[in-house]
Design a binder for this molecule. Structure first.
Ligand code: FMN
Length: 347
């Protein structure tokens, strides 16, 4: 068995795949075409339910089932308007894995998923939340650092590893956020991750049907261009989303300043101002992904955008990650051997 095989056995068994590399759900990107392509390459795909019309989700699940025999997940946003219907559709179609995202799921929702044969994954951002979710019956956890693309927490993966990965052994833990190289994957597995989840890197695959302009923006981007949505002041709350800076970002900051000024002059209620803030990005990801509006659309991307610079076939992306991880593990082994032999290593 190769070093990598040994290290990621737990994740492999849990997901029932050849490579426990999760292509994290990406709203408007992770459709049946992309997800089945990922699964057919031996990795693990996640259908993004997002804000989808329930009937469309039903169709997309069936299409994925028709296009691949391999397991996949449906990623449900617990705060989405159709969430409850999405959950019912996922269990009705007997999807093998359900990932709860957005916020964390309630006990009855986990029970419904499990009673219908699904394994359940959920995101955890602290040790206590991880323990609570495990007590509620979650089968595996995802730790996603704030380096990631899309809706993010405020804590980087390095901290989450120390807060959760190093302390929680009961269930497999998959880690995400800023991963784009096999070398990094090797070290995350050595630290105890059961497998890994990536988003940004998978945008730059031939099988991802995002608009060419969306992909070009990723190719051009530096790591520091992928920033969390700005919040001007503390009165109006902004949900943190990591995306590539564009004109839409500037306009969003200006809007907040205008609204705060109107609030001071009592020209607008807090509810109305907050509504305008929340409404600003509605539909913006779809416009960027499908129509190529890279100026004002939402270019959700992680900081790993700075590590990727070409579109490749999925097959090559996955095999390159595996090859790099194996090479890194050989280096680690040589270092460890030097340590064991008490030789001077090249630290
Ligand atoms: C365009 C885009 C859309 C995303 N949509 C979702 C989503 O619908 N649900 C979810 O749980 N995560 C979503 N994510 C997060 C990814 O699933 C994944 O966890 C994240 O991209 C990993 O970090 P990375 O981008 O640094 O690889 C999205 C990410 C991107 C880039």
């Amino acid at each position: 068995m190769s070093n990598l095989e040994t290290l990621w056995q737990r994740g492999k068994k849990f997901l029932g795949v050849t490579h426990p590399i999760i292509a994290g759900a990406m709203t408007w990107i992770s459709d049946s075409h992309f997800v089945s392509a990922v699964c057919n390459e031996g990795a693990f795909g996640c259908l993004a339910a997002g804000n989808m019309e329930p009937r469309l989700l039903d169709q997309e699940i069936r299409r994925t089932q028709a296009l691949t025999d391999n397991p996949f997940a449906v990623n449900l946003i617990t705060i989405a308007p159709h969430y409850k219907e999405h959950l019912n559709i996922a269990v009705k179609n007997k999807v093998p894995f359900i990932i709860f995202a957005g916020s964390y799921p309630r006990q009855p929702e986990i029970r419904t998923a499990k009673e219908n044969g699904a394994k359940v994954l959920s995101f955890a951002s602290t040790e206590s939340l991880a323990k609570r979710l495990i007590d509620m019956g979650v089968d595996a956890l995802i730790l996603e650092g704030s380096e990631a693309g899309g809706h993010v927490g405020h804590v980087s993966l390095g901290i989450l590893l120390q807060q959760v990965l190093f302390k929680v052994q009961e269930v497999p833990i998959f880690v995400a956020g800023g991963i784009a190289t096999g070398a990094y994957i090797a070290h995350l597995l050595l630290m105890g991750a059961a497998g890994i989840q990536l988003g940004t890197l998978f945008v730059l695959t031939e099988e991802c049907r995002a608009h060419p302009k969306f992909k070009e923006a990723f190719i051009r981007a530096r790591a520091r261009d992928a920033v969390a949505t700005p919040q001007v002041g503390s009165e109006l709350k902004v949900v943190s989303v990591r995306a590539l800076k564009n004109k839409g970002f500037d306009r969003f900051s200006e809007l907040q300043i205008e609204l705060i000024q109107k609030r001071k002059k009592k020209e607008i209620s807090h509810t109305e101002a907050q509504y305008q803030v929340e409404n600003y990005w509605v539909g913006a990801l779809r416009r960027a992904v499908q129509e190529g509006d890279i100026e004002y659309g939402s270019l959700m991307a992680g900081q790993s955008a700075g590590l990727v610079n070409q579109v490749k076939p999925l097959k090559d992306v996955i095999s390159d990650l595996i090859h790099e991880a194996e090479e890194e593990l050989k280096k680690v082994k040589a270092r460890m051997q030097a340590l064991l032999d008490n030789r001077e290593g090249n630290w």
